[in-house]
Write a protein that binds this ligand. Structure first.
Ligand code: 5RP
Ligand code: MG
Length: 213
């Protein structure tokens, strides 16, 4: 089983803060994400800055795209993104159109979705999903638990590369020990830490330790 990657999600509301955070933690992570909050506020040009700063890292544009997949993907690719996200309720046609323009599409799993839909993504050649606990649901009191673990395991069994995100802390990693998670995506646990580089390093170290045992 491969060691899961660590992705930092930059969900700042301005470019300067996002780039400062990226520069301080970039060496500790495998993947850099232009977060949805950031892209909605400053646009896809921030992806170009990130891809220029980190030419050897995977750059994800977390667009949560619902329509016009081909155009959005082309724009993200032009700015240097390797990967773009589509929301799970998008038409498969949107995902397929996006996949033609960029290296990888990840389907963001929020709210209601079915394993039947998931199979249709696989059938369309889309094999990456992001299992996401909504920030707002977490704020309303939802927590990570067995129900999430079981869904992640089932998606892995189906053949997906499954990333996991949403309010992750270093303790959330424990729940997934031994599961073939593709990437752990952490935003605030890294960027809002007193020492973001140290927080990212500790997360990565825990992942490496757990998945090397
Ligand atoms: C929210 C997102 C965030 O990027 C993701 O949830 C990671 O951020 P955090 O760890 O702060 O929740 O896509 O929709
Ligand atoms: Mg995100």
């Amino acid at each position: 089983m491969a060691i899961p990657k660590l992705q930092v999600a930059l969900d700042h509301s301005n470019t300067a803060d996002a780039i400062n955070a990226a520069v301080s933690v970039g060496n500790e992570v495998d993947v850099v994400e232009a977060g949805t909050v950031l892209m909605l506020e400053v646009g896809s040009s921030v992806v170009k800055i990130l891809s220029t700063l980190f030419p050897d890292k995977t750059i994800v544009a977390d667009t949560k795209c619902a329509d016009a997949g081909g155009t959005v993907a082309k724009n993200c690719k032009n700015q240097g993104a390797d990967t773009m996200t589509c929301i799970c309720c998008a038409e498969v046609a949107t995902m397929i159109a996006a996949k033609k323009e960029i290296d990888h599409i990840q389907v963001e799993l929020y709210g209601d979705w079915t394993y039947e839909q998931a199979q249709s993504w696989l059938d369309a050649g889309i094999d990456q999903v992001v299992y996401h606990q909504s920030r707002d649901a977490l704020l309303a009191g939802v927590t990570w638990g067995e129900k999430d673990l079981n869904k992640v395991k089932k998606l892995v069994e189906m053949g997906f590369k499954v990333s996991v995100t949403g309010g992750l802390t270093i303790d959330t990693i424990d729940l997934f020990k031994g599961v073939d998670v593709y990437t752990f995506i952490a935003g605030r646990a890294i960027t809002e830490a007193e020492n973001p580089a140290q927080a990212a390093h500790a997360l990565k170290q825990k992942i490496v330790d757990f998945w090397s045992e």
